[in-house]
Write a protein that binds this ligand. Structure first.
Ligand code: 5GP
Ligand code: MG
Length: 178
């Protein structure tokens, strides 16, 4: 099992790139079937989802568009806590089928907020495609429509995911060693 040291922490390979790509391929085929004739707009959530988006989009064979957005996090009121909002969205979403592309859904708080915003912006159907999903952590209101792989509730890096900005370039997924 290969290990990698990033800053002060040691990570060990947990999912090979091969297994990841096969899972992404399966998800892409499902999207091709489900969204045929819907002209979906994919929204890649930067930075983490850039590699997943590239792998997935190469396998999408139906007419579609892709755009790239970021999440801005700022302190809201006492009751709302941290507010997450989409920035960099230039497309008209009215009536569209939108597929949010995310690297990982953990607690689901981010996705819940983004789905609401995309709906408010006029999208007709909002779906979530995530490379990885932590079912044990995720809240019941958020169910990704397309999931590459389910993973345990551990901290991981690689294939777009970072530790303090490092590790995004790794092909495989690595799990933090305890
Ligand atoms: P959520 O709102 O679902 O709890 O958070 C999702 C975001 O947290 C992801 O987009 C990702 O940026 C970050 N995240 C959650 N789990 C992990 C993990 O295991 N590793 C890394 N690198 N980021 C994670
Ligand atoms: Mg992310």
């Amino acid at each position: 099992m290969a290990e990698v040291k990033i800053l002060d922490k040691v990570f060990a390979t947990s999912i090979s790139e091969e297994k990841l790509l096969s899972a992404i391929d399966t998800a892409a085929q499902k999207i091709n079937t489900d969204l045929d004739g819907r002209n979906p707009l994919f929204l890649c959530i930067l930075n983490g989802a850039f590699m997943f988006a590239a792998d997935l989009m190469k396998r999408i064979s139906i007419p579609c568009q892709i755009s790239f957005v970021k999440i801005a996090s700022y302190q809201g009121t006492q009751t709302t806590g941290k507010v997450k909002s989409l920035i960099g969205l230039n497309e008209d979403l009215t009536g569209r089928t939108v597929v949010l592309l995310e690297d990982i859904v953990d607690t689901g708080i981010t996705m819940k907020a983004l789905v609401e915003q995309v709906r408010t912006a006029g999208a007709n159907d909002v779906r979530i495609a995530t490379m990885l999903f932590k079912p044990e952590a995720c809240c019941p209101e958020v169910k990704p429509d397309y999931i590459g792989l389910n993973i345990p509730n551990d901290f991981i890096v690689g294939h777009g995911l970072d530790y303090d900005g490092y590790g995004r370039n790794l092909r495989d997924i690595y799990t933090l060693k305890q």
